[in-house]
Write a protein that binds this ligand. Sequence first.
Ligand SMILES: NC(=O)c1ccc[n+]([C@@H]2O[C@H](COP(=O)([O-])OP(=O)(O)OC[C@H]3O[C@@H](n4cnc5c(N)ncnc54)[C@H](O)[C@@H]3O)[C@@H](O)[C@H]2O)c1
Length: 352
Amino acid sequence: MSTATQENPHTARQGYDRDLRVAVLGVGMMGQDHARRLATLTKGAQLVAVSDVDAARTDAVAAEFGVRALHDPLAAIEDPDVDAVVVATPGFTHEDLVLRAIAAGRPTLCEKPLTTSPQTSRAVVEAERALGRRLVQVGFMRRFDAEYERLRALIASAELGRPLFLHCAHRNATTPPNFSSEMLILDSVVHEVDVARFLLGEEITAITVLTPGRTSHAPQGLQDPQFVLMETASGTLVDVEIFVNTTVGYEVRTELVAERGSAQIGLGVGLVRHSAAGWGGAVPGDFRQRFGAAYDTEFQRWVDAVRSGAGVDGPGVWDGYAAAAVCAAGVESLRTGRRVEVDLGERPDGLG
Ligand SMILES: NC(=O)c1ccc[n+]([C@@H]2O[C@H](COP(=O)([O-])OP(=O)(O)OC[C@H]3O[C@@H](n4cnc5c(N)ncnc54)[C@H](O)[C@@H]3O)[C@@H](O)[C@H]2O)c1
């Protein structure tokens, strides 16, 4: 039974002393992965329903997990037997689903991006502010990765002094069909935007995107790689090499250079094998391998936060809005070749 006093279920801070009943909206690649996580791993949660605009896919995934198949994703949000939702649909659908969830008072874990434009993300920030409590967490899972957490703690300790540079590399083996030059910023660099804000604890104020010579492995018309330079409010520089047709694997590295030393994460030296063939390790195939444990932690902490009544434990709507604004400026810089400044406006009090 729910523990909350239910004067107004839309605005009351609500906790649960039973398992949280979760529906996953959108059961493609990420949604199926998250459904499996909720059904098999996350404590204090029950996967109770899945919902996708593809009815056959909804039925197949529901049957696989033995849960309800709900064919209308908007109605699923308001279903009385659903306490909270995970949004794992394509980014352009997030605005409608998340605004409906806020209107219904449903705690939501929304995969990145929060929405696809700064304007619509700002509308979500305002909707949550009007509600008066934190309800939406954004799926920037790297914040739950142990290496990023250690780097953040090192920066916060000031042991190495003031951060001067963050050098980031983000590489994928190949891209899916129809991947556009803008998507390198909107789908990939968006993670670096969020980790830079997370690690440094400040906003990004300008972005410049440079376009070096293309790899011969990039599909026709795709500007790959790109080099992104971000400036923070205090003057730290963050550079990102984004290269998504390396033919190698999934590699994400970050190096901090500070006044009294440097630190690196993402070297991938977990297991070093020696054999007659030589020595070395393995390059992860994709983000589900590299960040699998981070997704697990993200889900556990989200479920714990919703059950406790806190609603969110991690990046919130402001973080989603900031990432959308920086990425929109990045796309403008990619198109114009110019440095573009970012002005987020005023941050509402009390929102994450
Ligand atoms: N955090 C990460 O590391 C990470 C990695 C990959 C993808 N993502 C994000 O996850 C989300 C889903 O990506 P994906 O790769 O799983 O996509 P996908 O195309 O594999 O799956 C999307 C699913 O959503 C369904 N769908 C479309 N519109 C819908 C709607 N209005 N309501 C309900 N279902 C709808 C589609 O039929 C499909 O089954 C995207 O926002 C993407 O950016 C995050």
